[in-house]
Design a protein. Structure first.
Length: 145
């Protein structure tokens, strides 16, 4: 058993030696991936766009504060207005935000889809939960080395 443990630590993914193929699981997995391919790709792309730090901050601020205009975002994040505009364009193209005009000002808000995707992620951003995640990650990482 100890020898197996050492193999797992050194090369976890290359050490797999499958003795029993589970055709039911394989068949079910293929059906899941093929039927949900568009959703998987869309959410993956949305999360990719949201993963840039500045865009993540923008989305989080809109989530916590509510509708914001570009000038508000510029002041909160301390980046230029053209940079804010570029980030908002990418988020809008990905379907993560919606915009509307009130008099002469354009405001942005999270799209319903973005709320569904990001609410579980943003809900863990409370300081205690993030520190718990960090300590768990550090412990798991040190165990695997």
């Amino acid at each position: 058993m100890k020898r197996l443990t050492n193999n797992i630590k050194k090369s976890y993914w290359t050490a797999c030696r499958r003795e029993y193929r589970d055709p039911e699981k394989i068949s079910r997995g293929v059906k899941i991936l093929s039927s949900e391919q568009n959703n998987i790709e869309f959410i993956s792309q949305a999360l990719n766009e949201a993963s840039a730090l500045t865009r993540f901050k923008i989305l989080y601020l809109i989530y916590r504060i509510g509708d914001l205009c570009a000038c508000d975002i510029q002041e909160l994040i301390d980046i230029s207005l053209p940079a804010v505009s570029q980030h908002l364009t990418k988020l809008r193209e990905q379907g993560l935000i919606e915009s509307y005009r009130r008099k002469r000002t354009i405001y942005v808000r999270l799209s319903p889809l973005a709320k569904d995707i990001l609410t579980p992620i943003f809900s863990i951003l409370k300081a205690s939960q993030v520190s718990d995640l960090r300590s768990t990650f550090v412990n798991e990482t040190s165990k695997s080395l």
